[in-house]
Ligand binder design. Structure first.
Ligand SMILES: [Zn+2]
Length: 135
């Protein structure tokens, strides 16, 4: 629709002057986007590093931790996997911290490995010390 800016009358599209009051019709220009706030406009966008340092180690640590949890009853597999999982995850977490990043998989690896070691040690404790055979 083509409304007069002066009197608000509705005019036919394309008329140069208002058909009611005669004031010049301003073509409806698209609304210009608001000017960006200077603070935001001048702030350079700093992309995060694409590759997380120690990512592979974090994955390895998490996988070892999961294996250790799953195979808790095979303590001779679970305990070495859990220890290796904690070491790899800690190394991976440290590498990520060096660049101010967080390696979630490494943290999961530490938690999984620690849980696995706890379960395996408890399992051995029950089997050997208490004498309950779980095998
Ligand atoms: Zn008018």
């Amino acid at each position: 629709m083509n409304f007069c800016k002066n009197c608000g009358a509705q005019n036919d599209p394309g008329v140069k002057f208002c058909q009611k009051c005669g004031s010049p019709m301003v073509p409806t220009a698209p609304v210009a986007p608001a000017a960006p706030v200077s603070g935001y406009a001048t702030t350079p966008y700093t992309p995060a590093p694409t590759e997380l340092p120690g990512k592979g180690l974090g994955i390895a640590g998490m996988v070892l931790g999961i294996i250790a949890v799953v195979l808790f009853c095979l303590w001779y597999i679970s305990i070495p996997c859990g220890i290796a999982g904690i070491i790899l995850s800690c190394v991976a977490s440290g590498k990520a911290k060096e660049v101010g990043m967080s390696n979630g998989m490494a943290k999961a690896g530490v938690v999984c490995s620690a849980i696995a070691l706890g379960i395996a040690v408890t399992y051995i404790f029950l089997g050997v010390v208490v004498g309950i055979s779980l095998l």
